[in-house]
Design a protein around this ligand. Sequence first.
Ligand code: SAM
Ligand code: SF4
Length: 333
Amino acid sequence: MEPLTDPFGRLHDYIRISVTDRCNLRCIYCMPAEGMQFQPQDEIMSYEEIAAVVRALAPLGLRKVRLTGGEPLVRKDLEKLVAMLAGIPGIEDLSLTTNGLLLPAKAAALKEAGLSRVNISLDSLKQDRFERITRGGKVAMVLKGIEAAQAAGLSPIKLNVVLMKGINDDEIQDFIALTLDSPLNVRFIEYMPIGSASDAWRQTYLPLERVVAACTEAGWETTEDEGPSGNGPSQNRRVIGAKGTFGLIHPVSEHFCDNCNRLRLTADGHIKACLYWEDEYNVRPLTSDPAAVQALFRKALGNKPHNHEMALALERKQQSHTPTKRRMSQIGG
Ligand code: SAM
Ligand code: SF4
């Protein structure tokens, strides 16, 4: 069968699936403090529907699946979905992005069900600051989550750090120091204007050159590195002699679109071929018909633009399409 390609010849073998728009945190860059309207349970894809979509796409070359959210671990019995997806022929890499809070309770069951690895979000190592960024989170619980993932054998473990000017940019060295003695991959991610390109975003956005400068200031020599498997758009480096690596993900300042291999599925069943633009296709009514699922994904890919234009938002310039109004918690990152 024809693989999943877009008009620019990019092969799509990776889907990021949001399993819920709900979360046990309220990170400042992702959700409002109050008043977030969550979708009613009956509007959220069932595990059977999600598995049906993945089963329809696997023969077209889908190989990688990432579960995300909202916070995927607040969805009941997530390990059941993991087991269903792990059993689909062709799926080689099954991963999860999580804030880590529930990993101590869940890591072993997820591994047992067939999860390969986890990305854990952690934007500060300082409790007062972490609490402010997440509006109430406890950093010690995330650190316990990291330990639980290590103990369960979920590997490699990647830490996602959204870098924000004046908020956590003085912790770059502390995060890189974590890689000196531990095989972690710390990924610094530029703050993206998803859901709104507000003045607050423009003031807080920081291009990732700052990370390289912080290494020089610390006297660390670094080399380019392949990084762990499932690398995606991250440019990886290693402090010479370190057990782990760190990566830079520049969604805003440098396009990571040229090699984009990603599809996205929102918790309510909408295909997003690009994270940033508003175009969506509702696949939920079609999940009992694999050919119709395949056709809708092909249609979404047929209309996939070559790139997002987040950098234009920074400069307040006119963009070629309409940006999504969904929040990151609804898309999944
Ligand atoms: N709740 C999980 C978590 O926090 O890891 C999974 C969902 S979260 C939406 C996925 C990733 O998107 C996280 O690493 C988060 O830090 C990142 N993210 C959310 N909003 C962002 C933004 N505006 N810019 C950059 N990254 C963002
Ligand atoms: Fe929740 Fe993740 Fe969004 Fe933070 S980034 S509010 S943990 S979904």
